[in-house]
Ligand binder design. Structure first.
Ligand code: OXT
Ligand code: ADP
Ligand code: MG
Length: 574
């Protein structure tokens, strides 16, 4: 059809089409990478985008491409783009789009879709689905473009919606017919839109800043909680200045670790329970009082009255769980700068007896953990394995750590200190298994840095086929699988039938062989020493590597550190 239209056009007229307008619109807005899976109707689009200089990474499953796009958004402050085919491909990508929205990461899911006329009459088109209607319920914004002349506006709207205010996921629906639509090239060029100042600074009200400083000034035991919004904001220097000038201990949420080093004298990561319970004023910077912070109430937070100061770009976040005494609405860079300004040159640091108590608790916990990290148990336990990985990360602070699992997640988060911002990527707000390989690929592609993945064997299984993708693009990714033969533990037994228990996998599986199948390096490690050698070799060589670290199947606990969230039956066990 496109060809017929082109033939019919005047030979002297320069034409463009939907394919090229989408590519031009993305390039104009500095989108350099697309993560996706090809197929009808976007196969040619991928080829053309590649030919036009956009890097197009083809995955084995759209969900992994989507997780890659989502974390690319987190790392770059620009929307990560995922490209999918209609219905099933779209739905596979949608999980990642919802995940991006939940985590406040900017992402655009672009999906081809079937013909509107047929879909709306439900006449059974190829991969028929009303994708726009479905996407709308699961992301920040959703748009459809029907005319080539609107592509520029469509891409611009999607871009701005993804990154402005609270960042999130945006869906852009492109029906198959659009790609082939032709129009005059000059008019097409004119229709493109470069998004100017897509995430404008949002300056906090001076009265809100003063109120926050008054609350902080009166505090005897203040605490700062840094969340992944603070890491996203890339206001690293300002945050460091605020923390150090205030003398207030800080608690990093998982993906905010490294914003200031975990070894910083004011870091309270290893005194978490103490600071949450005993603090009297808590300033949240880009963190929400959701389940990860026990909703700001209950026994985690102790009985003493507490006042909250919250810095967030989303006004409706305030009072979402408890009263916020001093809401500061704006972008973190502007808010933190205004606070520093308001503190002036004579600000009195937080009381030293409070910082002293926090340090004492932190040192006690660190000392308690230290001997466990040195153990050379055979089979390995989590601490023995993490002891060596902790040193490797310390020696290679620029490497990016990707981490998922239950015990594998919780213990890695506690044991491995981070030293630089945005170096720790993980399961995020939903605790999603399956982010691993997508995040690893995007981290390597977007930053050019080596990536170390520490994966539970179950967690890895959700995206494991992407080891082929890692080998195909020859990415510097080293995957360590903590293989304890199952979900949480490999020791469960089913007494009712010959089927295995629901949480156990094939005993002694060799995940390293998967990597060898695609030309990467596979290693089976049974001791911390072997693990250390293999990881160092992988990080030095930059070759795709998978290390199957055999962990004692009895070493883990149910659901890691969140076993309390499992509902319990009130009926007596038979
Ligand atoms: O202060 P106290 O005394 O309390 O001590 C704390 C710190 O101060 C101290 N600490 C330290 N001490 C010494 N030194 C240092 N450096 C140090 N640092 C800290 O340690 C303690 C603990 O600190 P922490 O961790 O900060 O504190 P805490 O209390 O744990 O914090 C609370 C939370 C809630 C903030 C934290 O626990 C947290 O962030 N949790 C996130 C949990 C999470 O998201 N988990 C993932 C989901 S679990 C489950 O759902 C799984 N599934 C189901 C499933 C999922 N998720 N997704 C999909 C798509 N489908 C299904 C599955 C299938 S997990 C899973 C697979 C699991 O099996 P694997 O094989 O993959 O993994 P294994 O378990 O390894 O087998
Ligand atoms: P964590 O899980 O680390 O606690 P959350 O994802 O719960 O972090 O919270 C991140 C918060 O950061 C969100 O409420 C979001 O609105 C906010 N946020 C994201 N980017 C910015 C920014 N640039 N300025 C201000 N707030 C931001
Ligand atoms: Mg496991």
């Amino acid at each position: 059809m496109a060809e017929a239209a082109l033939k019919a056009a005047d030979d002297t007229q320069d034409l463009t089409d939907g394919f090229h307008l989408i590519i031009d619109a993305l390039k104009l807005n500095d989108i350099k990478t697309i993560y996706g899976v090809p197929g009808i109707p976007i196969t040619d689009f991928g080829r053309m985008a590649q030919a036009e200089g956009i890097r197009v990474l083809s995955f084995r499953h759209e969900q992994n491409a989507g997780y890659a796009a989502a974390i690319a958004g987190f790392l770059t402050k620009k929307p990560g783009v995922c490209l999918t085919v209609s219905a099933p491909g779209f739905l596979n990508g949608l999980t990642a789009l919802a995940h991006a929205t939940t985590n406040c990461f900017p992402m655009i899911l672009i999906s081809g879709s079937s013909e509107r006329e047929i879909v709306d009459l439900q006449q059974g088109d190829y991969e028929e689905m009303d994708q726009l209607a479905i996407a709308k319920t699961m992301c920040k914004a959703a748009f459809r473009v029907l005319h080539a002349a609107d592509i520029g506006i469509g891409v611009a709207r999607a871009y701005r919606a993804a990154v402005s205010g609270r960042p999130g996921g945006v869906y852009l629906d492109l029906p198959a017919k659009l790609f082939g639509q032709v129009m005059d090239a000059a008019k097409g060029k004119k229709s493109l839109v470069k998004v100017i100042d897509p995430a404008p600074a949002q300056i906090p009200a001076p009265a809100a800043v003063k109120r926050a400083l008054d609350v902080l000034k009166a505090a005897k035991k203040p605490l700062i909680i840094l969340g992944k919004g603070a890491a996203y904001a890339q206001a690293d220097e300002a945050i460091k200045t605020l923390v150090e000038k205030s003398g207030i201990p800080f608690l990093p949420m998982s993906m905010a670790k490294g914003l200031l080093p975990d070894t910083h004298p004011q870091c309270a990561g290893a005194a978490r329970s103490t600071v949450l319970k005993d603090s009297d004023v808590v300033m949240m910077i880009g963190a929400r009082l959701n389940w990860l912070l026990s909703h700001g109430k209950g026994k985690t937070w102790g009985d003493a009255p507490k006042k909250f100061v919250q810095i967030d770009i989303e006004p409706r976040e305030m009072d979402s769980n408890v009263e916020i005494a001093a809401p500061v609405v704006g972008d973190i860079g502007s808010c933190v700068a205004a606070l520093i300004d308001g503190m002036g040159s004579s600000w009195t640091k937080a009381p030293s007896d409070w910082m002293g108590a926090v340090t004492a608790k932190r040192d006690e916990n660190v000392a308690k953990m230290a001997p466990r990290l040195m153990n050379n148990n055979n089979p390995m336990d989590y601490h023995g394995a993490l002891g060596v990985l902790r040193t490797i990360v310390k020696e290679r602070p620029d490497a990016i750590l990707v981490n998922e699992g239950a015990n594998t997640l919780d213990l890695t988060r506690g044991v491995i200190d981070m030293y630089k911002p945005r170096k720790r990527l993980d399961v995020g707000t939903w605790g999603v298994m399956g982010i691993g390989m997508g995040q690893a690929i995007a981290a390597a592609v977007e930053t050019g840095k080596p990536v170390l993945c520490i994966e539970g064997d179950s967690a890895f299984g959700f995206s494991g086929m992407e080891v082929e993708t890692i080998c195909r693009y020859n990415l510097p990714v080293c995957i360590v699988i903590f293989n304890n033969d199952g979900i949480y533990r490999g020791t469960d037994q089913n007494k009712a039938s010959s089927d295995p228990a629901t949480t156990v996998f094939v005993k002694g599986a060799r995940y390293d062989k998967m990597m060898e199948a695609f030309g990467g390096v596979g290693v089976h490690a049974t001791t911390p020493d072997e693990l250390k050698r293999a990881v160092n070799a992988a990080m030095d060589s930059g070759k795709p590597t998978l290390i199957n670290a055999a962990i004692d199947p009895a070493a883990g606990s149910e659901s890691g550190r969140i076993g309390n969230l499992n509902p319990q039956s009130q009926l007596k066990k038979k």
